[in-house]
Unconditional design. Structure first.
Length: 708
């Protein structure tokens, strides 16, 4: 506080306000001043004329100074959003004129002091987002001036005191996210002044009053979610014409949802995870009344017993709608093309129903969509190419349907995808390299249980943030791409029941975070890589029904027979006794081979030594003569003018069949230039790996000075 110095009168200091008559300080307002201190100075208790003490949005910690209790004129005490801890001082009761008390977003503990009942003029009590325990004192019901009361996000238990029904001026009441129990006192529902009422995330039970929409004419927010309410949604709710938020999610409410045609101001309607619906033809008729709610943003009716045909009127809901959730009901029929009218939709979840039809092309018009889940239905036909227009989509889930055809190439435009689930369908064709390399952000890719064919493109290695990969139960062929070693975050890899062949590539040894690996029921061969012993997080390994041979490792996961499966590999030996495999017979044969090999090497060495000397003399003469010619021809051979396109053609589009190997910072491909006249090695550096840039510079320096 640079202005706080002796050269300026304290009445001109930043945050201070002085009275005109006595030059005393009635207001100290230092909110959002980036102040940091071990505590608020106890000397603040000497400002006997102080009326407003305003210190929110700073970084004060330790306890609230009890000296504040000496400020008898204090009316406003705001300490929100600091890191204050400890208990609320009981002697704050000395602030008998307090009107506004807010200490939210701190680390306060203990019970609400019983002495605060002396605040007879209190209008706003805010103790939200702390760690308070105990119960809500009943004396608050005697503070007749109370208008706002908030204890959101604490650890308070017990019941809501019946005395709150006496607060005729109460407009805002929120005790959400605590451990309160019992029933809500009926008298509270007679407080016509209430416009905000929330008891969400507690253990409150009972039924809602049938006349709640009449006795609370000014109510804007009704929050009952995540409790244990029973009974039905009162019909009178429709009379609460000012209602903006209606939250009944995750209770035990049942029965029919009645007309909502008068709720024109409704913004959020949340009734998910109950027992609503009678499985009748009119179960979903209430949705059509919501077309009058022109401000509607969130509609969530999932996890109920609603039955009926997908209402066409859904396409006539307000274009302000952002979230539409109809999951886990018994809705059938088809999604109508009018769904494309909801142009601001960000979250569309209709999974686990009985819908059957093509996925409408018009879904591609929802270009703000981030979450699309149509899984566990009976959708058929091809995946609409219009889904490629959803360039902002993060989660795309179409699993467990009857979708056919190939994976559309247009999905390559969905560059922000985090999760892609296409499993358990009837998809055919090969996996396109363009689609498989669609996103650097992807963490989950599941293409399992389809009829996909062809090789697994090496471009799959571009999904460097992948944590879950499942391509099991297809008809994929070829070798396991070495580029899979790029998945430094991979935890789950399932490639079972395909037609993969060859060895397990050494690059898989880089996947040290793997927890589950299943390569069973393929045509893989070679030895089981010993590196798997060192996968400390591996909890499940299945290599069954392949053609592996040789010795089974004995450390790491191979110590646990219940977590390691190797049956169906007839040429394996060794391992722990529980596998009951034959002993390996390589020890004696190894000694014999070693003796024969040494004798053979000695004979060959002396035989070749003489021949080498003669040939060397001849070569020395010829090399001296041709050195000048080679220098000229080498310069022509090595100074090739190459475009990226020529490299692309030389490697057949960087095909996995031309992949020679994978190193720490990139991959090496074989390339054929000028119709087979030049065979070159092309290294593709991955600059996303730390250190690749330095490696590139070092290689350039080395290649300047040597021929390679």
């Amino acid at each position: 506080m640079t202005s706080w110095n002796d050269s300026i009168h304290f009445c001109q200091w930043q945050g201070l306000t002085c009275g005109r008559r006595h030059q005393r300080v009635p207001v100290l307002d230092l909110q959002s001043s980036k102040l940091v201190g071990s505590t608020i100075s106890p000397n603040v208790g000497n400002l006997s004329f102080l009326i407003n003490l305003i210190l929110p949005n700073n970084s004060f910690h330790n306890e609230i100074p009890p000296e504040i209790g000496r400020l008898r004129r204090l009316q406003v005490l705001l300490l929100d959003n600091n890191t204050l801890n400890g208990k609320i001082p009981s002697n704050l009761s000395g602030c008998a004129n307090l009107i506004d008390f807010r200490v939210g977003y701190n680390l306060l503990i203990g019970e609400i002091p019983t002495t605060l009942g002396t605040w007879s003029k209190l209008r706003y009590f805010g103790l939200y987002k702390n760690n308070m325990t105990g119960t809500i004192p009943s004396y608050f019901g005697n503070l007749s001036s109370l208008e706002k009361f908030s204890l959101v996000y604490n650890n308070l238990g017990g019941n809501i005191p019946e005395s709150f029904g006496q607060l005729s001026k109460l407009a805002f009441f929120s005790v959400a996210v605590n451990t309160l129990s019992g029933a809500i006192p009926p008298s509270i529902f007679n407080l016509s002044s209430l416009n905000f009422f929330s008891v969400e995330f507690n253990r409150i039970e009972g039924r809602l009053p049938l006349d709640i929409g009449i006795t609370l004419p000014n109510i804007k927010t009704l929050g009952f979610s995540r409790n244990q309410f029973t009974g039905s949604i009162p019909v009178s709710i429709s009379n609460a014409t000012n209602l903006e938020y209606k939250g009944f999610t995750e209770n035990k409410i049942s029965g029919e949802v009645h007309s909502l045609e008068k709720l024109h101001r409704l913004k959020s309607f949340l009734i998910a995870n109950n027992n609503l619906g009678n499985e009748g033809a009119n179960d979903l008729s209430f949705l059509c009344y919501l077309t009058n709610a022109t401000y509607l943003k969130i509609l969530d009716i999932g996890l109920n017993n609603f039955r009926g045909e997908f209402p066409k009127c859904i396409g006539n809901l307000s274009t302000t709608l952002k979230v539409l959730n109809l999951e886990s009901n018994k809705i059938f029929g088809s999604i109508h093309s009018e769904i494309g009218n909801l142009i601001n939709l960000e979250d569309l979840e209709i999974f686990h129903n009985k819908l059957s039809s093509n996925i409408p092309y018009e879904i591609g018009k929802l270009q703000k969509l981030q979450y699309l889940d149509l899984s566990q239905n009976n959708f058929f036909g091809n995946i609409s190419s219009s889904l490629g227009n959803l360039t902002t989509v993060l989660y795309l889930r179409l699993f467990e349907n009857n979708l056919q055809g190939s994976i559309p190439l247009s999905l390559k435009n969905c560059r922000n995808l985090i999760e892609l689930y296409l499993n358990n369908n009837n998809l055919t064709g090969s996996i396109s390299p363009q689609v498989i390399g669609l996103s650097f952000s992807a963490t989950i890719l599941d293409l399992s249980t389809n009829q996909l064919t062809g090789v697994l493109p090496m471009e799959i290695g571009t999904l460097i943030n992948l944590e879950y990969l499942n391509i099991s139960k297809n008809m994929l062929i070829g070798k396991i791409p070495a580029s899979l070693g790029s998945y430094i975050k991979l935890e789950f890899l399932d490639m079972r029941r395909n037609l993969f062949q060859g060895i397990i590539p050494p690059s898989l040894g880089l996947l040290r975070g793997l927890q589950e690996l299943d390569l069973s029921n393929n045509n893989l061969s070679g030895q089981i890589p010993k590196i798997l012993e060192h996968f400390v997080f591996l909890q499940f390994l299945n290599l069954s029904y392949n053609h592996f041979e040789g010795e089974v490792p004995v450390d790491g996961i191979f110590k646990n027979k219940s977590a390691t499966f190797i049956t169906g590999n007839d040429k394996l030996c060794g391992g722990i006794p529980k596998f009951q495999l034959p002993k390996c017979k390589h020890e004696k044969s190894r000694k014999r081979k070693l003796t024969l090999t040494l004798k053979l090497i000695i004979s060959i060495f002396f035989g070749l030594l003489g021949a080498t000397l003669i040939v060397s003399l001849l070569l020395l003469c010829s090399l001296t003569k041709k050195r000048k010619e080679n220098t000229l021809s080498d310069s022509r051979n090595f100074l090739l003018n190459l475009s990226y396109q020529s490299l692309l053609n030389a490697t057949d589009g960087f095909s996995s069949t031309n992949l020679i190997g994978v190193g720490s910072f990139g991959s090496v491909y074989k390339g054929i230039l000028d119709q087979g006249r030049h065979i070159v090695a092309i290294k593709v550096l991955n600059f996303l790996h730390h250190g690749a840039s330095k490696s590139f510079i070092a290689k350039c320096e080395a290649l300047r000075n040597v021929r390679h």
